[in-house]
Design a protein around this ligand. Structure first.
Ligand SMILES: [Zn+2]
Length: 286
């Protein structure tokens, strides 16, 4: 794969990040789904070198000699008209209403609903750590990000965006996809990247975050074992760890989240429809 750096000398953080936008050749595009937690795939002129949405730089890809901005739409985004800025033009696009399913649960043990102050403080520290990773826009050029593979194979036990209410109290919508793979199933890197965070978190359990470059970050949670270290380069299909049920999980599963320009988006929009597409065999990755 060839890549084209437009400028590698800038040092100012945001300006530098914007300038380091690269283009991919022959990338497959993710599904265009303009809703909260969705992705807007917007064609831009071929001479575009930078794009941004809000205060975040946005990845640009080339497909069949056309250039596209791939904009992650936060789950909190308002419906209506939004603006993509590029160095050549501005683009209006509409975010549509979308009703995610709701789940209402009654839990009699209140301590399971609301973490105690110590747990809450821990959670807030961890969320801050993760927020820093999600805001990365590194020049790492590692992959055609839309050619993700499934990090584990299994039944989908919870989809993205699910709204949960415990005893009538709303909880943050589900920010990833739950794959009910069996305990000890190997978890694979969905694309090439660099491990930027590993840890044992209050809600997410043993977790690995991978920076795929250009603001594309994935997170793999509830692992029973982590086989990689921070700073390690991983290849698509390489083993990250094993499925478990660490953190707040009722049973073994992999929670998988995908972030673009610091917006968590529905992983199904970037994963192949067929779970086996692009999978490498164990033999290939050893
Ligand atoms: Zn989950």
């Amino acid at each position: 794969m060839r890549l084209f750096f437009t400028n590698t000398s800038c040092t100012a953080l945001l300006f530098g990040a914007l300038s380091l936008l690269t283009t991919f050749s022959h990338a497959d595009l993710p599904q265009d789904s303009r809703r909260a937690g969705g992705i807007a795939v917007i064609e831009v002129s071929s001479d575009t070198t930078t794009a941004s949405f809000g205060d975040r730089p946005v990845v640009l890809v080339v497909e069949d000699h056309k250039k596209y901005a791939i904009v992650g739409l936060p789950i909190t985004i308002q419906t209506g008209v939004h603006l993509l800025n590029t160095d050549k033009a501005h683009f209006d696009f509409s975010v549509a209403e979308y009703a995610y399913p709701e789940q209402r649960l009654t839990i009699t043990d209140q301590s399971k609903v609301a973490p105690d102050p110590e747990q809450l403080a821990r959670y807030q520290r961890e969320a801050t750590e993760q927020a820093i990773v999600y805001k990365k826009f590194s020049a790492i050029q590692t992959t055609h990000f839309t050619k993700f593979i499934w990090p584990a194979l299994g039944k989908i036990s919870s989809t993205f965006g699910f709204k949960r209410f415990f005893n009538g109290e709303p909880r943050a919508p589900h920010a990833g996809l739950d794959i009910a793979a069996g305990f000890g199933t190997v978890v694979l890197a969905p694309a090439n990247g660099v491990v930027v965070q590993t840890g044992d978190y209050f809600f997410n359990g043993q977790t690995v975050m991978i920076d795929h470059g250009q603001g594309i970050v994935t997170m793999l949670c509830h692992l029973s074992r982590i086989d990689v270290k921070t700073g390690q380069t991983v290849k698509q299909g390489g083993v990250i760890g094993l499925v478990g049920k660490t953190g707040r999980a009722t049973g073994p599963h992999l929670h998988f989240s995908v972030s673009l320009n610091n917006a968590r988006v529905d992983p199904l929009l970037v994963l192949p429809k067929n779970q086996n597409d692009g999978q490498v065999t164990t033999k290939d990755i050893q």
